[in-house]
Design a protein around this ligand. Structure first.
Ligand code: NI
Length: 187
């Protein structure tokens, strides 16, 4: 397995809408295995394909490390290909989120925590499940990546202004990152 570099905020690949994966996708299982290994190496609980430079609808999640704070996450590991989310109730909850593409930052984000998720796995078997709590938040955060969105798109303009300097530090590579990463190409 290969640890892939994580693409950081400012890289255009994080802002594109990703394409569906088809059953003839080359080396899908190897890519998924590399994504898990990259996620574990960087101590994340989720990773979406744009974060390793591919605009394809692939997400890996292993929420088990946060089970002490969020029991619904215990043992929950998902490989999501072409995931689709349906919001099941409108009551939003505010909690802190971070992202491997935004090292050193975390911000409070308001999201619903009850969704219906449908996806296919790496063998293209279809699944559907209702998911709640922090696990539903992780799924929404990762699926946002497939739409070219980041969690900072959900924070207030004032909050965004306050972290502007830190965002530009990330975009320009003026940060220390504990895992292999790739900053935006210089313009
Ligand atoms: Ni993220």
């Amino acid at each position: 397995m290969t640890h892939l570099p994580v693409y950081l905020y400012g890289h255009p690949v994080l802002r594109k809408i990703s394409e569906d994966v088809t059953p003839d996708y080359k080396d899908l299982k190897k890519l998924v295995a590399d994504m898990y290994s990259t996620m574990y190496e960087s101590e994340g609980v989720g990773l979406a394909a744009p974060q390793i430079g591919r605009n394809h609808r692939i997400v890996v999640i292993d929420a088990d490390p946060v089970k002490d704070s969020f029991p619904e996450c215990e043992g929950r590991r998902f490989t999501l290909i072409n995931p689709r989310i349906e919001v099941l109730d409108g009551e939003a909850v505010t909690r802190s989120e971070g992202c491997l593409s935004l090292p050193g930052l975390s911000e409070k984000v308001k999201r619903v925590e009850h969704i219906r998720l449908s996806w296919v796995d790496e063998d293209f078997q279809a699944h559907e499940e209702e998911i709640s709590g922090f696990l539903a938040r992780i799924v929404q955060h990762e699926c946002d990546h497939l739409e070219g969105k980041l969690y900072i798109d959900h924070i207030s303009p004032i909050r965004k202004q306050l972290i502007k300097g830190r965002l530009s530090d990330i975009a320009q590579g003026r940060i220390r990152c504990d895992y292999p990463c790739r900053t935006a190409p210089r313009r």
